[in-house]
Design a protein around this ligand. Structure first.
Ligand code: XIL
Length: 317
């Protein structure tokens, strides 16, 4: 049968990839599949490039975990998505609860972004510079960054990243952009505003944490096209499709349809550069712990056996 990255590239996409996390890399059977570059042409670190991992204390940087995943990508000829630079979550307390002025927080953001992006200069295809800036109602999330700097923190971070690695593609990554509504509208407006002010914005990541049977190809495609019409790329950055447990055979068939539909939409939009699953196996999915009662969201099961969803993806390319 067809390997997914090979199929994606043959169909004109840049990659089919997976998230992975450092503790998983001791599982040899898992790594054997991950390292197959015909299957996965791109990696995203699920945790080890986040602020709490990289700069746990002010001006104390630890690149160990991120370096391990970059090294694996280099050894196996894969491209990297860097994830992420500025996010309200997995943010160390020293940032989240600091007593900042606009000037001091600007400097903190610039130091963090410049140091991390410089460390990985030339090794990262695309950075999620900003992660999840919006509430579902389309207002900006009132985290420490917005509360101190208003939305200016976004261009501050983008400009710092661009100066540190001018060749990296700079993304804003967000969930619930898969449907029509105020959140996609807000993202479209933000891209327009950033473009108007000359900020370096190259792409929007559409996370794509779906619930079984709740895929709208029409809305997903319209949203991707609304973004690419503004001159940015889009990517499916964190794909999974969670099932309310226990999963039936019918559920797994619906999941196959869902995966085929979602990847098919990326195929239909020329500005959609690639698809990343938020880990490839149910063994390491974030879903059961974050959404109790749900699971089996990935295209491989917990024994590393391909599910019908795998064939759904293969059929879409
Ligand atoms: C998740 C990781 O997969 C988990 O291991 C961690 O405990 C929490 O974060 N949106 C994102 C990702 O942008 O960074 C999140 O990753 C999943 C939701």
């Amino acid at each position: 049968t067809v390997s997914l990255n090979m199929a994606a590239k043959a169909a004109g996409k840049l990659y089919f990839g997976s998230a992975t996390d450092n503790p998983e890399l001791t599982n040899e059977a898992y790594v054997a599949i991950l390292n197959d570059t015909a299957m996965f042409g791109q990696l995203t670190p699920a945790n080890s490039m986040k602020w709490d991992a990289i700069e746990p204390e002010q001006n104390v940087f630890n690149f160990t975990g991120g370096d391990q995943i970059v090294a694996l990508a280099e050894q196996t000829g894969k491209i990297m998505r860097g994830h992420n630079l500025v996010w309200y979550s997995q943010l160390p307390d020293w940032v989240a609860y600091g007593n900042w002025t606009p000037e001091t927080l600007t400097s903190v953001i610039q130091t963090h972004v410049t140091t991390e992006v410089s460390h990985y200069k030339g090794k990262i295809y695309a950075w999620d510079v900003i992660n999840e800036p919006f509430n579902d109602n389309g207002t900006f999330r009132t985290d420490v960054f917005y509360n101190t700097l208003n939305s200016s923190y976004i261009s501050i971070a983008l400009n710092a990243a661009h100066a540190a690695d001018p060749d990296a593609m700079l993304y804003i990554n967000e969930y619930n952009l898969e449907y029509s509504g105020p959140k996609i509208d807000a993202m479209v407006q933000l891209v327009k505003d950033l473009k108007a002010e000359g900020a370096p914005i190259d792409g929007i990541g559409i996370e794509s944490h779906f619930i079984l049977g709740e895929v709208s190809a029409t809305e997903l495609q319209a949203n991707m096209e609304a973004l690419t019409a503004l001159g940015v790329d889009v990517a499916i950055t964190e794909l999974d499709d969670r099932i309310e447990l226990p999963a039936t055979d019918a559920d797994l068939e619906q999941q196959k349809t869902d995966y085929q539909t979602i990847v098919g939409v990326c195929m239909a939009v020329s500005g959609c550069v690639g698809v990343t699953v938020w880990d490839y196996t149910d063994e390491y999915s974030w879903i059961p712990s974050s959404f109790p009662g749900y699971g089996e969201a990935c295209p491989w099961d917990e024994n590393l056996v391909r599910k019908p969803a795998y064939d759904g993806i293969a059929m879409a390319f």
